[in-house]
Design a binder for this molecule. Structure first.
Ligand code: PMV
Length: 325
């Protein structure tokens, strides 16, 4: 009989960002984050025992070396030491392009290995394990809205996925090419070289506190500008790193400016960005069609932009499959 572990997880999009480590060794964040798990984008991962670690990502054989430290740590924690895995992972969206695929990817891998091991772990324990893969994966274990506090080893759920059913995220995919620099190295470069990094860390708790309150009240008009402050302050540390980190593309800035125009015209839609050129815009369901139509008209004459719609989504789901030969 063959045992397989299977898991699905969804990306965690931060409204208030974490950027920079408090402890590199423990992989804990320097700034607390408030995030949303997206239902429209799914990572599905299966693991089964093999002679060596192997990884197939979106149908392509990948290099398992970057995952080794994480896999060794998880094997250790799950009592799987000395065993190797064939990992197959598929994303329903562009990988490594700033759509938070590392969050869903490491959360799904953690879940699939735990399912394989038959370990009955709580979400808190899974969140702790996933953290070793990527900071945002710590949050992807939960659905809905999550909080991951500065220096913490796990995230928690603030509100479940039914808390704000009208909330929508429209991800404008500017480019589906992998980003030039992974976030782990990039945030370390910001920490070590940006003169603004200290201020970023110092001012983050206040933003987080205000954003949590606005979210509690489902107050988009207050939440939106706070979310913009968070990503723009984060980018300020990137732009001022040495060498500078510039993830934006012309289309990204065009979207940011168009959203300013649309807000002036009365539309309630606010953007955020991560370590990549994509622009993720949030609004209420009633405004989604207008938002999409206006962005298509004003920013997508070339037809190069793709739009993906999400609402608050579910957390990690796992399954242990016993396959008869
Ligand atoms: O998940 P990591 O460690 O690759 O870092 C992600 C950082 C941002 O996506 C830019 C912000 C966040 O809080 O998700």
């Amino acid at each position: 009989m063959k045992i397989m572990g299977k898991a699905t997880a969804r990306p965690s999009l931060a409204l208030v960002k974490y950027w920079g480590k408090q402890s590199v060794r423990e992989n804990t964040p320097a700034t607390g984050s408030l995030a949303l798990t997206l239902d429209g984008l799914v990572t599905t991962t299966t693991v089964e025992e093999a002679e060596d670690d192997r990884i197939v990502l979106n149908g392509r054989v990948g290099n398992p070396a970057p995952y080794k430290t994480f896999l060794d740590e998880i094997r250790d924690q799950l009592g799987l030491g000395g065993r190797f895995f064939s990992i197959v992972s598929d994303n329903s969206f562009p990988t490594a392009a700033g759509l938070a695929s590392s969050s869903s990817g490491f959360a799904a891998l953690t879940g699939a290995l735990a399912a394989f091991a038959g370990a009955r772990l709580t979400p808190k324990e899974l969140s702790r394990l996933a953290r070793k893969g990527s900071g945002s994966a710590t949050r992807s274990i939960w659905g809905g809205f999550t909080v991951y506090e500065a220096g913490a080893k796990e995230a928690y759920q603030e509100h479940d996925e039914d808390f704000w059913p009208e909330f929508r995220v429209l991800a404008a995919v500017v480019s589906d090419k992998p980003k030039p620099e992974g976030s782990r190295n990039a945030m370390e470069a910001s920490r070590l070289t940006s003169p603004y990094y200290g201020e970023w860390v110092r001012t983050s708790p206040d933003l987080l506190k205000k954003a949590r309150k606005a979210l509690d009240r489902r107050d988009l008009a207050t939440l939106g500008p706070l979310v913009r402050q968070s990503y723009l302050r984060m980018f300020a540390t990137m732009f001022t790193s040495d060498p500078p980190l510039i993830y934006w593309q012309e289309e990204s800035l065009a979207l940011v400016r168009t959203l300013e125009d649309l807000r002036r015209e009365g539309l309630e839609a606010f953007e955020t960005m991560d370590a990549g050129p994509q622009v993720k815009i949030f609004c209420l369901e009633k405004d989604l069609d207008t938002l999409k139509t206006e962005l298509e008209k004003r920013c997508n004459r070339s037809g190069n932009l793709n739009f993906l719609v999400s609402r608050p989504g579910a957390g990690l789901q796992t399954e242990r499959l016993e396959i008869q030969p």
